[in-house]
Design a protein around this ligand. Structure first.
Ligand code: URA
Length: 195
């Protein structure tokens, strides 16, 4: 049963001191969503203050905006997604995680992806994209494209999307605006995960 393997992995993370973030964090932020029903794995950047307090990814301002967009696209956060971040512990002052911190956490991430074996991986923002996609293409150029990448030994379908904290700065829903493109990308994901 995949939930048992995930619980075991979570226990390992609770004692993890592979990098300094394990010392400064309050809680590890392991995942959210239903591992039994998830069709997509969404990978964010890193836990922030609210996530560090609660142990749940995307619960702050950006998370609430993400929830709104998911609902508009008909994607259920609780049933369709399994949500993780490039690192399980909050970087101090919400800085971007370093390459070393991401590398220290990578095996947990890959194991989670392998266990869920989703139809598609969603790279939510530039940090998640950079973790898996070598070329330095801007997220604004590549978002919405379905990429086929070798991840953990398997070729997987992946789609980059904007990070919701970027959308907090742009309010327009006009054609071609960041919010308009985010909704289009999420609707595309909805169609890709719908049987
Ligand atoms: N931003 C992220 O990338 N992940 C979270 O969990 C919260 C905010």
């Amino acid at each position: 049963m995949n939930t048992e393997i995930l619980e075991k992995l979570k226990k390992e993370c609770l004692n993890c001191r592979r990098c300094e973030l394990g010392i400064t964090r309050t809680n590890i932020v392991f995942s959210d969503g239903n591992p039994q029903t998830a069709k997509a794995v969404l990978i964010g950047e890193a836990p922030g203050e609210n996530e560090d307090k609660t142990g749940i990814p995307f619960v702050g301002r950006a998370g609430k905006l993400l929830n709104e967009f998911l609902a508009k696209a008909g994607i259920s956060r609780d049933n369709d997604l399994y949500i993780i971040n490039t690192v399980k512990c909050r970087p101090p002052k919400n800085r971007v995680p370093t390459d070393n911190e991401k590398a220290a956490c990578e095996s947990y991430l890959l194991k989670q992806i392998e266990i869920i074996n989703p139809k598609i991986l969603i790279f939510c923002g530039a940090t998640a994209l950079r973790s898996f996609y070598g070329k330095k293409t801007a997220i604004s150029k590549i978002r919405g494209e379905v990429l086929e990448l070798k991840i953990g030994g398997e070729i997987r379908k992946c789609i980059p999307i904007f990070h919701p904290s970027y959308l907090l700065r742009y309010h327009s829903l006009e054609e071609g605006s960041p919010r308009n493109l985010m909704l289009k990308d999420l609707k595309k994901i909805k169609s890709l995960i719908t049987d």
